[in-house]
Ligand binder design. Structure first.
Ligand SMILES: [Zn+2]
Length: 410
């Protein structure tokens, strides 16, 4: 038990040290960005964004709240354990079908809110999906969630059954390795399940983007276009993969709606992530975090109070499954203030990188304006929303930072 606490401390330290070494605090030395929304956004743009958010937030937040209440009910009473234990057959089948049942229940109770949120997205022209495509995405997402979660739980329970008091050691190692593998596999396994990718055809833009990467000394194997327009009008781009498999992915919506100069700026931001190995550092923090999470689960499942509450005989009992699923659902939200804080700093640094690379502040501000109005971004988020959900600085903050960059480089 003492050893588990020590290693837990070491993992948390691992996250903190990695963050201190790789996250820019502050992002721009000597900067005092001044956010002035009315300078860049018209009153009607602001009104449209506010109307959209007041329509989409109630169903979105209700969906989140209801899913947490249901996960809490199943995870903290004996009902969830009974549900999983009631599945006939081998314990592994109980875990697999139990996970599927718990997730399916969670999806069913939030379905009315999710449908309502999708209706709002369509009303504001943000979603281009029909209900067939929407359902297809939902089921695909659910399937991937059930499979990956069951695999993790099957491994953990197998370890807990084999080594009831020391399973956290192999468990933490497996969790860390799984996080690393998942991060590498994500672009080649999960992304293609939702989008198809084609190489950006040879031409001015492709050569310009590859030239930008070369100028930045970032090795890029390809520029891909994702067919995002089949579900959204949102504009985006990202860099995925590591080393020789690293590629720039651009949404087809971006190519359609933005000028080549604007696309270049978005890609320059993504090159900033690649150059600083942000995905790799995030994965390392995630691996430490996953190991820490497993040790927390171990410590909780070592408590007779917790086991009694869920009606389980030991940590290897399938009745613990809903409790572990509850922890998995609550943890990201509880940690969101910290993970978002780190993420916003990394994003701001990528923005500065784009400016360092292109020196193009006017296009930068124009493209931020376009991204914000097209994606209907929240221009003035309240502090709770900002803390819990903002992985990027707000668009007016990004514009303010760009003006500050210009002032400091004049
Ligand atoms: Zn970014």
């Amino acid at each position: 038990m003492r050893a588990a606490w020590l290693v837990l401390g070491a993992c948390v330290l691992g996250v903190v040290v990695t963050a201190l070494l790789t996250v820019p605090f502050p992002v721009l030395q000597g900067a005092h960005p001044h956010v002035d929304i009315l300078r860049d956004f018209t009153r009607s743009e602001i009104a449209r964004e506010q109307a959209y958010h007041s329509a989409v937030r109630p169903p979105a937040y209700l969906s989140l709240a209801v899913s947490l209440v249901v996960a809490g009910f199943l995870g903290l009473t004996r009902w969830g354990g009974r549900l999983v234990a009631g599945v006939p057959g081998h314990w592994m089948l109980k875990v697999l079908l139990g996970v599927a049942l718990v997730f399916a229940i969670g999806q069913l109770v939030t379905l009315p809110f999710d449908v309502q949120a999708e209706r709002v997205l369509r009303r504001y022209g943000l979603s281009t999906q029909n209900w067939t495509g929407w359902t297809d995405d939902l089921l695909r997402g659910l399937g991937i969630k059930v499979v990956t979660t069951s695999v993790v739980l099957l491994v953990l329970l197998a370890l807990a059954r084999r080594w009831p008091t020391t399973w956290w050691v192999p468990g933490a190692v497996v969790a860390a390795v799984f996080t690393l593998v998942a991060s590498f596999a994500y672009p080649v396994v999960i992304e293609p399940a939702f989008n198809s990718f084609t190489s950006l055809p040879a031409g001015q833009l492709r050569s310009d983007l590859l030239a930008l990467a070369t100028k930045d000394h970032v090795k890029v194997s390809d520029v891909l276009v994702a067919d995002a327009s089949k579900r959204t009008t949102a504009l985006n781009a990202y860099v995925s993969g590591f080393g020789s498999t690293r590629r720039i992915v651009v949404y087809d919506t971006l190519l359609r709606d933005a000028s080549d100069q604007e696309v270049e700026l978005v890609v320059a931001h993504e090159l900033g992530h690649a150059k600083r190995n942000d995905v790799l550092h995030g994965t390392i923090m995630g691996a430490f975090g996953a190991a820490a999470g497993i040790i927390v689960v171990f410590l909780l499942l070592s408590s007779s109070g917790v086991l009694a509450r869920v009606g389980a005989k030991g940590p290897g009992d399938v009745r613990v499954v809903p409790f572990v699923l509850l922890l998995g659902a609550a943890a990201p939200l509880l940690l969101a203030p910290l993970t978002n804080l780190v993420s916003r700093h990394i994003e701001a640094r990528a923005d500065l990188h784009a400016l360092d690379l292109t020196h193009d502040v006017p296009t930068y501000i124009a493209s931020e304006h376009k991204l914000a109005t097209t994606n209907l971004a929240d221009l003035d988020p309240n502090p709770v929303v900002y803390t819990l959900f903002f992985t990027h600085p707000s668009d007016p903050e990004r514009i303010a930072l760009a003006r500050e960059w210009e002032r400091l480089h004049r």
